[in-house]
Design a protein around this ligand. Structure first.
Ligand code: FE
Length: 132
């Protein structure tokens, strides 16, 4: 179950670090290979760091070599919102949390099977609920 959290801008500004606030609320991108999950092999559920929604399972995580945590599928497509992003001179598919609107990362069509998709997600947008 998703944990209930206050996701008003004021609450988030108080609760999140400046970097996490920038990535999730201002569509920032953490530098590659700097986040806490790009190299993480721990089993568990990655949840939205803002609202707690369960977004990505470690079962779908793969090593893309990009420097960002990468998944070939979301736990449930309903929990993800995709929007066209034309910033930075590129046309990309932006990935947002459907629950709270937090920016998560981008979706690319060059992932592994079975989906062929690559959800390229900022560590800053995620919290891992590890399976003990
Ligand atoms: Fe969220």
């Amino acid at each position: 179950m998703a944990r209930k959290k206050d996701c008003s801008t004021d609450a988030l500004r108080e609760r999140l670090t400046p970097e996490v606030f920038h990535v999730t609320q201002e569509k920032g991108t953490e530098p590659p290979f700097t986040g806490r999950y790009h190299d993480c092999k721990t089993s568990g559920m990655y949840v939205c760091t803002c609202c707690g929604a369960e977004l990505f399972s470690s079962d779908t995580k793969f090593d893309s070599g990009s420097g960002w945590p990468s998944f070939f599928a979301a736990v449930d497509p309903q929990r993800i919102r995709i929007e066209r992003d034309v910033s930075h001179g590129m046309v990309r598919e932006e990935v947002l949390c459907a629950g709270c609107g937090a920016h998560l990362g981008h979706l690319f069509p060059d992932g592994p099977q079975p989906t062929g998709q690559r959800y390229c997600i900022n560590s800053a947008s995620l919290d891992l609920d590890a399976i003990d």
